[in-house]
Design a protein around this ligand. Structure first.
Ligand SMILES: Nc1ncnc2c1ncn2[C@@H]1O[C@H](COP(=O)(O)OP(=O)(O)OP(=O)(O)O)[C@@H](O)[C@H]1O
Ligand SMILES: [Mg+2]
Length: 487
């Protein structure tokens, strides 16, 4: 059994995998709960984090029917430092290169002075060079006098690692190892065809965006940006003057990273307690969202340009993953900014209950399990398992977001056709991301003081999805309709 524990800013996920007969991994359990004890990837509340880890592990254990004792734990890139170091080993004339020679070259690369405050997490050898011949994957058995290797060393800052370890231990688990989040996400999303290429994996989380550059199957560069999808939510909450939870819902249901990808016929009405109603088209909404996502991509571009060179020259593909990559139009905006092919990355390279981890937000959790297979951080996964397409985002046919007061006033829920599925994790108040940069375009929308907020689609939009004449709602439809506000 291999267990991954992805401790994120938005959610904590436990993924349980089991070794299959062919050496691959079957997913047998998953448990995910909202995370309230982290800020930008750092533990800020030990007690809440411990509680959430326990709950997430229990949920996964219940699905798998096993008891978890240890786990591989994710570390956000903003707590790590990475360097690439060069190692050399001399080979005696007439002798074949052996494993010992390879280890000697790697050890020599590792002999770099590191800040005592850093703990080495990964030592990732890149390709080898024998007597100047580059691009050698495995030099053992070759002849030459000079063996060289570049090693990517990822080290974590002691403080944040200690906090993470303490939380995991207090939740009753041992730490099998800490794994860089970008590495974990790459292990589950880079497919076999891409393993011979250079790809950039961008894990867009709630509080951080983690970047991993993989060259021919090896993590060659990593970085992290302290901005994620929660900043988009905070922008909307501030500009529309609505609570974070409602802003999150508006973002997921109607938001888009590009105005041209937003529903052109959809208008949101934001009604204040004084009866004033402000109309906001879905396209205007996405004009608020776009600058934030563009800012994230701009920062990634700058980081890669400065360290490796222009994105379009160093990468053949960009893979977007993490929960925030689910926002409509995000891959299209990324394609525009990076000028290379972009695709969404969902966890693959696995078998078993693939449907319970079928979303980009599970990429890191599944990747932790895949890391546990060999513990060498190399992309040596089998062909990815095709995953079913997600259901389309629900298109509401009735007012969607209501204040508590509205719910209390409602006498009885009326059965009517409801959205098929609404993604809305249970969450209470979360730490608000810092420095939300309000986009100026729609500042006037929230000019009036808001006591009570109702966000509803326009009548025109409602008419687009009328119930079929004579349609009798099924029990499931009734239940979905009654509880759609909580789903
Ligand atoms: N359907 C959706 N549309 C838009 N955004 C979404 C959607 N679903 C989730 N998100 C966003 O994804 C983010 C959470 O992603 P994820 O679960 O990968 O984060 P995390 O791993 O907990 O955080 P981090 O990696 O930053 O520590 C949130 O900002 C959330 O609003
Ligand atoms: Mg994450």
């Amino acid at each position: 059994m291999i267990v991954g524990l992805d401790i994120g800013t938005t959610k904590i996920t436990t993924v349980i995998g089991e070794l299959a007969g062919d050496g691959s991994v079957d997913i047998i359990g998953q448990g995910s709960v909202p995370s309230e004890g982290l800020k930008r990837g750092s533990v800020v509340n030990l007690e809440r984090t411990v509680q959430a880890i326990r709950e997430s592990v229990h949920r996964a254990e219940r699905v798998a029917g096993v008891k978890v004792e240890s786990a591989y734990v994710s570390v956000a890139g903003n707590h790590t430092k990475a360097i690439t170091s060069h190692g050399l080993a001399a080979i005696r004339r007439g002798h074949e290169i052996t494993d010992t020679d390879v280890h000697r070259a790697i050890e020599n690369a590792q002999a770099v002075p590191l800040d005592p405050n850093l703990e080495v997490l990964h030592t990732l050898p890149q390709e080898y060079e024998v007597d100047g011949q580059e691009g050698i994957k495995s030099p053992v058995g070759m002849h030459g006098v000079r063996l060289e290797v570049d090693v990517h060393i990822v080290a974590g800052t002691a403080g944040p690692l200690l906090n993470l370890r303490r939380c995991v231990q207090e939740a009753g688990l041992r730490v099998d190892g800490f794994v860089l989040q970008a590495l974990a996400s790459g292990l589950s999303t880079v497919d076999t065809g891409e393993q011979s290429q250079s790809v950039i994996v961008i894990d867009m989380g709630g509080g951080t965006t983690d970047i991993g550059v993989f060259r021919r199957g090896n993590l060659a560069h990593s970085a992290s940006i302290p901005i994620g999808g929660d900043h988009v939510t905070a922008d909307l909450a501030q500009i529309l003057k609505i609570p974070m939870e409602e802003a999150e819902d508006v973002k997921r249901r109607y938001g888009a990273a590009l105005p041209e990808m937003a529903d052109a016929d959809l208008t949101l009405e934001i009604t204040t307690g004084q009866g004033k109603t402000h109309a906001l088209s879905a396209q205007e909404l996405s004009r608020v969202i776009k600058p934030r996502i563009a800012e994230i991509f701009g920062m990634i571009r700058d980081e890669i340009d400065q360290t490796l060179g222009p994105v379009e020259l160093i990468a053949q593909h960009v893979i977007l993953t993490g929960g925030a990559s689910k926002l409509r139009g995000t891959p299209e905006l990324a394609r525009d900014r990076f000028r290379v092919p972009v695709r969404l990355g969902k966890p693959g390279n696995i078998g078993g209950l693939i449907d319970i981890v079928n979303g980009p937000e599970y990429a890191a959790g599944v990747g932790l399990v895949l890391f546990g297979l060999h513990e060498d951080g190399r992309l040596v996964a089998p062909a990815p398992t095709p995953l079913p397409e997600p259901e389309p985002e629900p298109q509401p046919s009735k007012p969607l977001l209501k204040s508590k007061k509205d719910r209390e006033r409602e006498p009885e829920p009326q059965p009517q056709p409801a959205p098929q599925r609404a993604e809305r994790p249970q969450r209470t108040e979360r730490p608000r991301p810092p420095e939300p940069q309000p986009a100026p375009q729609r500042a006037e929308v929230s000019a009036a003081p808001v006591q009570q907020t109702v966000v509803r689609t326009s009548p025109q939009a409602q008419e687009q999805h009328p119930p079929a004449p004579g349609h009798k709602p099924s029990l499931m439809e009734k239940l979905r309709s009654w509880f759609s506000d909580w789903l």
